[in-house]
Design a protein around this ligand. Structure first.
Ligand code: IPE
Ligand code: IPE
Ligand code: MG
Length: 276
């Protein structure tokens, strides 16, 4: 058998496990309502380091540990997609030494145990062509190597901008129309979805931003149309499994109405309602 099938990390959480692992303030999680897709804007690395009198790059280094922690936690919880905003198109405007430090951390991030032990598949979204050859190679290599794992898909958004993604979609669709492969009347929301870099995943149910800023910074604009948003002040290097559980518990306490009324949604949830 494959190693992860027996692995402790992949077992459903039974009651004993929850009692052992459940932090006091994280709330009870409903294991039947874990988001399939969690998107995270990992912010606050620089400030975390500056507060300690360290160079900003130490914050990024520490942030990598958080990525490992949160990836493992999401895998255990049964999350299917975790999309991490790692480097935006706008981040190319940072000082060269900081960009280099971040890219080196990306290169050194890949220890196979994270993927094999947790049954994690790796993917990237973003403008691949702007990355250095060594980063490109590493990413393709890791995507290939982990393609058979079918637990959590860890998606790293690198050189990513949502407006750029949508601009590419417009260009591709226009080209297909021009080539006579697609009729204008046949363009639907699904056509847009199919052309996005994220076309193989469901939209995120939950978007988390750490670091205290209340903005989206050009991340997954189309995909988060109906996501639940969760902002916390914790800097990314300090973000723990407990914080993640708090975010999920908070999400589970909300009613997703998708334009309907509260009563309609409650009616749908009831087994007595045959008016679906
Ligand atoms: C997020 O942390 C990581 C990247 C954008 C690469 P920041 O580097 O933006 O940290 P702050 O916001 O300056 O604290
Ligand atoms: C957003 O963080 C991008 C990532 C987390 C990679 P920033 O810290 O760059 O965002 P802004 O520019 O402050 O909004
Ligand atoms: Mg920031």
């Amino acid at each position: 058998g494959r190693p992860w099938q027996e692995s402790e990390t992949n077992k459903p959480l039974n009651d004993d496990y929850q009692i052992l692992k459940m932090p006091l303030n994280a709330g009870d999680l409903d294991m039947t309502r874990i988001p399939r897709h969690i998107a995270i804007i990992m912010d606050g690395n620089g400030r975390w380091a500056t507060e300690r009198g360290l160079d900003r790059t130490f914050g990024h280094k520490e942030g990598v540990e958080t990525v490992r922690r949160i990836t493992t936690a999401c895998s255990r919880l049964g999350v299917k997609f975790l999309t991490l905003y790692t480097f935006s198109t706008e981040n190319w405007n940072r000082p060269a030494y900081e960009i280099e430090a971040i890219m080196n951390l990306v290169l050194n991030f890949f220890e196979m145990e994270l993927f094999t032990d947790n049954n994690v598949r790796f993917r990237m979204v973003g403008d691949f062509s702007r990355l250095s050859e060594s980063v490109q190679k590493k990413i393709r290599y890791m995507e290939d190597l982990t393609s058979k794992y079918d637990g959590l898909t860890l998606v790293v958004a690198l050189s990513y901008s949502s407006k750029q993604e949508l601009t590419n979609v417009a260009r591709q669709i226009a080209q297909e129309v021009k080539d006579g492969k697609l009729a204008v009347e046949d363009i639907t929301e699904q056509t847009i979805n199919d052309h996005l870099w994220t076309n193989y995943m469901p939209d995120p149910e939950l978007l988390i931003r750490t670091g205290g800023e209340l903005r989206i910074s050009n991340y997954l604009l189309w995909q988060i149309a109906y996501s639940e948003l969760y902002f916390c002040d914790t800097f990314w290097p300090d973000f723990s499994e407990e914080h993640l559980r708090q975010a999920i518990a908070n999400y589970q306490g909300r009613q997703r109405r998708f334009g309907k009324t509260e009563a309609q949604v409650e009616g749908e949830a009831s087994p007595l309602n045959d008016n679906k």
